[in-house]
Design a protein around this ligand. Structure first.
Ligand SMILES: [Fe+2]
Length: 557
């Protein structure tokens, strides 16, 4: 008898698609076009995400542990091709060669053989020497127990004056350069060899001049620090062979809890501030040291503090000094992605895809995904909402109304002499994830629209794409039964630089239930959220669902 399922409109098996060396699509393939692919769209859509779940013969335990698959659509004068390749990380190559998980992943332990056990027993004889060894392992850049499986995102770094390099990234600071044409893995760049960090955000911020900002974690005698650092942009004219070697520290901000820094996947930048959101999910340094012995998964070091508020930290971009006139706090929440942030009349506005707690990370274990259709609570654990937080800055002491913005209902209360409690506005009562805006025009600026995939598994159009109008609090969707869109990228016709905010197209990939060896490129009119065209590809093997995308115009290739 067939089992009844709780979420009939959601196909969780889409996450279990897994490729291997024999069925990837290395050579670009042609597809079948319907509708119109506008001629002004010329460039490449790159995608990164979990692609291989069972290289060792045993499935990984968390979706974030599957080995990275890089996918690419090339678009030229209305003609589109598709290709994919496995990222050749050391973690993947060794797992492939040995049939064992050789690195600690996000939710999967490193395989340990008998000699490891022997060494552990041997080492436990001297607890002091053990402790010092572990500390050294943890903070030395040559520590090699954590993965280099960079499956989260792709960013364009300026590697020479005349060349941009694409780098696959994850939260360990080891990035892999991929060839922009063939998507082969070319080289490895370990940020820790240049800056003393142990991790960094998987999402950097690209400024308009090409400078890339990021935030890492580093230790000091007094505890952990958030390290703000940057890679050179286009204005840099130094002739050094690899400009990435010029990455430099901008400032260090001490974690509010010295031995429990907050987990940070993203941060935000406005004209004058860098905003760090110290959320209630923290990394326990004690657990992290323990992991150097157990080689357990990173999730063992994450601790949720439900009674601890989130704290917003503002760093002045000109002085690199933290703004300390107020401490900004809000009820505990978990987040991965910030939608956007901007300054408006002595306020900082920051919009975040928030969850009440960090259960959604548990929802992405392979076991949870496999059992989701029988779990009546799954939809609650995965329930997030986009929320708007307003942080007043530079206000007069006698100002009583902390929120002077009439277009948001965010409430701000003075709870102590210098402490402000922020009660956010729910932007829309809908689940949104992988949010995107028109990045280079509106990042860090006042904006009205964002685009995101639906994140509610009990929604009737589970794979839908949402367009949110923040001011009118309305939502338009695009959906097709049994289809799942990727993160969308907004593109504007270069001849229409001053058009309306939503005047352009959304470009994304599309997967279909029960059609494993198929992927489409989909183009929507962003104003009307209607389909303009698509190209359907029949691939050599399964096409897994990606996490994040990058668009590179052909002029920048
Ligand atoms: Fe992300």
């Amino acid at each position: 008898m067939e089992k009844s399922i709780i979420y009939p409109n959601c196909d969780f098996t889409i996450w279990f698609r897994s490729v291997n060396e024999n069925n990837i699509t290395e050579t670009p393939i042609e597809g079948k076009t319907t509708g119109i692919i506008p001629n002004w769209i010329n460039g490449c859509l790159y995608q990164n995400g979990p692609g291989l779940l069972d290289v060792t013969g045993k499935r990984v335990q968390h979706l974030f542990d599957a080995f990275s698959l890089i996918q690419k659509f090339t678009i030229k004068n209305g003609h589109v091709t598709y290709q994919n390749r496995i990222l050749q990380s050391d973690a993947y190559k060794q797992a492939y060669k040995t049939g064992r998980s050789c690195y600690s992943e996000y939710g999967t332990s490193k395989y340990q053989d008998k000699s490891d056990s022997y060494n552990n027993k041997h080492e436990s004889v001297s607890s002091l020497s053990w402790f010092l060894t572990r500390i050294q392992q943890l903070f030395h850049f040559k520590n090699d127990f954590r993965t280099d499986n960079a499956l989260i995102s792709i960013y364009p770094y300026k590697i020479k004056n005349d060349k941009i390099g694409l780098f696959a990234m994850t939260e360990t600071p080891i990035m892999h350069e991929i060839d922009s044409k063939t998507i082969e893995t070319c080289s490895k760049f370990n940020v820790s060899e240049h800056l003393p960090i142990v991790s960094h955000c998987a999402h950097a911020v690209i400024l308009n001049d090409g400078t890339i900002l990021n935030v890492g974690l580093a230790s000091s005698l007094t505890g952990m620090n958030y390290v703000l650092f940057e890679f050179p942009g286009f204005s840099n004219s130094n002739n050094e062979d690899n400009l990435m070697n010029q990455c430099k520290t901008l400032t260090k901000i001490p974690s509010r809890w010295p031995f429990n820094p907050s987990y940070m996947h993203t941060f935000a930048v406005t004209d004058n501030y860098i905003i760090l959101v110290e959320q209630s999910l923290c990394i326990s340094l004690a657990q992290l040291i323990q992991l150097t012995i157990t080689h357990g998964p990173m999730t063992d070091a994450l601790v949720w503090h439900e009674n601890e508020p989130v704290r917003f930290r503002l760093i002045n971009r000109h002085t690199m000094i933290e703004y300390n006139d107020y401490t900004y706090l809000s009820s505990a929440f978990f987040f991965l992605h910030i939608i956007n942030a901007y300054e408006d009349n002595n306020h900082l506005v920051i919009d975040i895809c928030c969850y009440d707690n960090a259960d959604m990370l548990e929802c992405m274990t392979i076991e949870a995904l496999e059992n989701a259709q029988e779990n009546p609570d799954y939809y609650k654990q995965f329930r997030g909402r986009p929320k708007r937080f307003v942080l007043p800055v530079g206000m007069n002491e006698d100002d009583e109304n902390f929120n002077g913005l009439d277009y948001t209902t965010c409430e701000i209360k003075l709870i102590d002499r210098k402490k402000l409690w922020i009660e956010p506005e729910i932007i829309v009562d809908l689940g949104c994830e992988l949010p995107q805006i028109e990045y280079f025009r509106f990042y860090g600026k006042f904006y009205r629209f964002f685009y995101a995939i639906n994140s509610e598994v009990d929604y009737k159009y589970c794979g839908a794409l949402r367009k949110i109008d923040i001011l009118s609090k309305t939502c338009q969707i695009w959906h097709e039964t049994g289809c799942y869109t990727s993160e969308p990228i907004f593109l504007r016709n270069p001849s229409d630089e001053t058009g309306e905010e939503d005047e352009g197209v959304l470009i994304m990939s599309l997967l279909r239930s029960n059609h494993e060896n198929e992927v489409s490129l989909l183009i929507l009119n962003a104003q009307t959220m209607t389909e303009m065209g698509r190209v359907e590809f029949n691939t050599n093997g399964p096409v897994p669902k990606c996490l994040h995308c990058l668009w590179i115009d052909s002029i920048n290739e």
